[in-house]
Design a binder for this molecule. Structure first.
Ligand SMILES: *[C@@H]1O[C@H](CO)[C@@H](O)[C@H](O)[C@H]1NC(C)=O
Ligand SMILES: *[C@@H]1O[C@H](CO)[C@@H](O)[C@H](O)[C@H]1NC(C)=O
Ligand SMILES: *[C@@H]1O[C@H](CO)[C@@H](O)[C@H](O)[C@H]1NC(C)=O
Ligand SMILES: *[C@@H]1O[C@H](CO)[C@@H](O)[C@H](O)[C@H]1NC(C)=O
Ligand SMILES: *[C@@H]1O[C@H](CO)[C@@H](O)[C@H](O)[C@H]1NC(C)=O
Length: 422
């Protein structure tokens, strides 16, 4: 022991207090004190047809609807060349410089299981893991924290194209799928446990769609707890890791998670909720004022949930679903009535594609949507991560284009509408 017998009682108390303090987690970012302000690096290491429609259009094959079918149907050499060119150019170190320059402190980096494991015989093109490594270096160089986010699991946890495979969610139906995801969590939590000052948080799984199959919920609950073990004890001994575990709400109300991982039995857990207004018919048929009011109304649920820190890990300024392929390659939009079962609200012309065609009132709405949400999320939660940094032809979703066209301020504390939420 450290010569305790020579210390006075009061000094001993100080030493013991210091010992207790050092036993608390030591995060890579002052979570709970400083608000998370970030952007998602969407459509980079996990393809999304709507973020880079050109990659899909140039396949000339309408069966290519996600990254899985990209690997399945595009001739291997072509697919490999296209993806490598995409990985090398879509996000570079310059993006991290611009992100830091916009006053942001985090990126959330979606990655699919296939970057690390195609042992199930999946046809994915691989090579993404090397870019995760690059991103960690770039983030470190520019003082940005990374939330490393497993965005796709074997079998797909939601059936969205952004899980890698569009269709039925099958992840939870096979223990092998879940075991492979647990192995990936073990690998990543150990790999980054000593780099917590850069990879400050790991998200075990994006958007498990429990609303599509109630049998998924118990599987998700168990997986969150197993992921907690891997995150908090990455070395497999009693030494704790300091990575924040960011679990998704699995499309349940936040209150559902009230007693799920109580402190202090569990520590270093935050919950991720995603807030969008355009994925239902009523959502796209709101007036500008209603869109803003809807954004402000999130304050009630966010502020009433206190069991865990809440981070809004996805949200956008876009009020509509007009972006090409947003609802999937080959699918239309609710807004203009080309999506099955959706009554037409209006024309999508000039609401997407090119910011040079945006009206000044539309740009004002985008600015107000940004301010209403940032204000709400910072006042009632631990912060936010915008979806998404960059798009090919959906400027209403692009943080980068928001900055360059002025509807997103380069100082995230700037407000044109300080009382927008009353
Ligand atoms: C794709 O199809 C178009 C029209 O049929 C054709 O002009 C083009 O050469 C095709 N491109 C490839 C890469 O096959
Ligand atoms: C646990 O393992 C890690 C990594 O090998 C090591 O640094 C640490 O000292 C170990 N902790 C204990 C309590 O043995
Ligand atoms: C949109 O909302 C307005 C006002 O409530 C309503 O009159 C209209 O029918 C709705 N349009 C659609 C396409 O649902
Ligand atoms: C801009 O608007 C004009 C006139 O409606 C249209 O012809 C053009 O295609 C639009 N450009 C883009 C990129 O949407
Ligand atoms: C789209 O915007 C252009 C200006 O860029 C304008 O000339 C055109 O009339 C607009 N089209 C519609 C349908 O609003």
């Amino acid at each position: 022991m450290h010569g305790v017998t020579f210390l006075s009682a009061s000094l001993l108390a100080v030493v013991l207090l210091a010992h207790c303090a050092s036993a608390a987690l030591s995060y890579g970012f002052p979570y709970g004190k400083t608000k998370v302000r970030g952007v998602n690096l969407g459509g980079w290491l996990v393809l999304e047809p709507w973020i880079t429609p050109s990659l899909f259009d140039k396949t000339n094959d309408s069966r290519v609807i996600d990254e899985y079918t990209y690997g399945q149907y595009v001739p291997k050499a072509t697919a490999q060349a296209n993806l490598k060119a995409h990985w090398d150019s879509w996000i570079t170190e310059q993006d991290f410089i611009t992100i830091a320059g916009a006053g942001l402190n985090h990126v959330r980096l979606p990655v699919g299981f296939w970057a690390y494991d195609t042992s199930g015989g999946e046809p994915y093109i691989t090579g993404q893991a090397a870019y995760v490594t690059k991103a960690v270096t770039w983030a470190k160089n520019h003082g940005i924290k990374i939330i490393l986010d497993i965005h796709g699991a074997p079998g797909s946890q939601n059936g969205f194209d952004n899980s890698g495979r569009r269709g039925d969610p099958l992840w939870h139906k096979s223990q092998t799928n879940v075991d492979r995801t647990n192995s990936l969590m073990k690998k990543l939590t150990l790999q980054y446990a000593n780099q917590v000052s850069v990879v400050s948080s790991i998200a075990p799984l994006n958007e498990p769609a429990t609303y599509k199959d109630s049998a998924m919920l118990p599987v998700v609950r168990q997986y969150w707890k197993d992921s907690y073990g891997n995150t908090r004890y990455p070395y497999g001994n009693s030494t704790k890791g300091n990575t924040l575990e960011l679990i998704h709400d699995a499309f349940q109300p936040l209150s559902y998670w009230n007693d799920f991982m109580p402190y202090p039995k569990y520590e270093g857990v935050a919950i991720d909720t995603h807030i969008y207004q355009m994925f239902h018919n009523e959502g796209v048929n709101q007036t500008d004022a209603q869109h803003i009011q809807s954004a402000c109304n999130n304050a009630a649920e966010l502020s009433s949930f206190t069991a865990l820190w809440v981070i809004i890990g996805e949200w956008t300024t876009s009020p509509n679903d007009c972006a090409k392929y947003l609802n999937g390659r080959g699918k239309g939009a609710r807004y203009d009535g080309t999506f099955p079962g959706s009554p037409r609200v209006g024309s999508c012309t000039n609401l997407t594609t090119s910011a040079s065609n945006f009206s000044s009132s539309y740009k004002t709405l985008l600015r107000q949507m940004w301010e209403a949400q940032v204000t709400t999320f910072e006042n009632n939660a631990q912060g936010w991560v915008y979806w998404t940094w960059k798009t090919e032809q959906a400027p209403e979703w692009s943080y980068m284009q928001g900055l360059s066209n002025g509807w997103i301020p380069t100082n995230p504390a700037e407000r044109k509408y300080p009382n927008i939420c009353g």
